[in-house]
Design a protein around this ligand. Structure first.
Ligand code: ZN
Length: 50
């Protein structure tokens, strides 16, 4: 069982999910949130983010 770290959705297996390894361990993002996360990563190029 995995749960989305963003929206809290759960699934038996993170198929199609994004897995990110952090200092606290693996973090999963569901397919929806992974798309939004990709956008946010691209948005990090914006200095306003920091
Ligand atoms: Zn999600």
């Amino acid at each position: 069982m995995v749960s989305c770290s963003s929206c809290g959705a759960t699934a038996e297996a993170p198929l199609g999910w994004m897995t990110e390894i952090t200092e606290r361990g693996p973090v999963y993002l569901c397919d929806r949130c992974s798309r939004e996360n990709i956008r946010s990563i691209e948005g990090r190029l914006d200095p306003v983010y920091w």
